[in-house]
Write a protein that binds this ligand. Structure first.
Ligand SMILES: [Zn+2]
Ligand SMILES: [Zn+2]
Length: 202
């Protein structure tokens, strides 16, 4: 678990559920890089309809400030966040929407600039090909926000509960893996036809 004194980060009660949040401030990181290792409970991060956390989400890594020299008098304080996450998720099946258990894990190496600093001219941006660029606001950033985005990026483009999933009936919505509803295949609602084209292509 995280120790705010050792880790030099702030734990604040900010969200509605009262879950602790982990925030890195440039001010703290200027003093010292922060190594973190956290277990976030299911519910600490809202992944919307695309995924839900089944068990704790583990994340560890390092946050530090990188000073970017942008001119003789201009130095920008970037936050670099490197690390790794791993967790068990439930992801809706792309055809029948039933939850599918899915283990997700990935490494990340991200660079966050102060919001607005790139507006003056994109041509001054340094090239960081191996690092993704994001922006932080008001001198700090929240680990949960980063993890939410990283988890969503790690999701496979298409998850199926089984390779032969029969999906939902386009007419009555019945899960056709469970029983057949007997609807006529020809009575497909025209709003669904782009979907059925997609399906036959895959
Ligand atoms: Zn399915
Ligand atoms: Zn049906």
């Amino acid at each position: 678990m995280l120790d705010p004194r050792r880790d030099g980060c702030r734990i604040e009660k900010t969200d509605e559920a009262g879950e602790p949040t982990m925030r890195f401030t440039v001010q703290d990181l200027e003093r010292e890089a922060v190594d973190f290792s956290v277990e976030l409970p299911a519910g600490a991060i809202d992944f919307g309809e695309e995924a839900s956390l089944v068990d704790n989400l583990h994340a560890d890594g390092r946050a530090e400030v990188l000073h970017e020299q942008r001119g003789p008098d201009e130095i920008v304080a970037d936050i670099r966040l490197r690390g790794h996450f791993a967790g068990e998720f439930e992801v809706p099946c792309a055809r029948c929407v039933e939850p599918v258990r899915q283990a997700l894990a990935a490494e990340f190496d991200l660079l966050f600039r102060p919001l607005g600093v790139d507006e003056a001219g994109a041509e001054r941006s340094i090239s960081t090909q191996e690092t993704e660029i994001g922006y932080y606001e008001k001198g700090s950033m929240q680990l949960e926000d980063v993890l939410r985005e990283q988890v969503l990026l790690a999701l496979p483009a298409r998850t199926l509960c089984q390779p032969e999933c029969k999906g939902l009936c386009p007419v009555c919505g019945q899960n056709r893996n469970e029983s057949s509803c007997g609807c006529s295949e020809r009575a497909v609602d025209p709003r669904w036809s782009p979907l059925s084209k997609l399906e036959s292509r895959s």
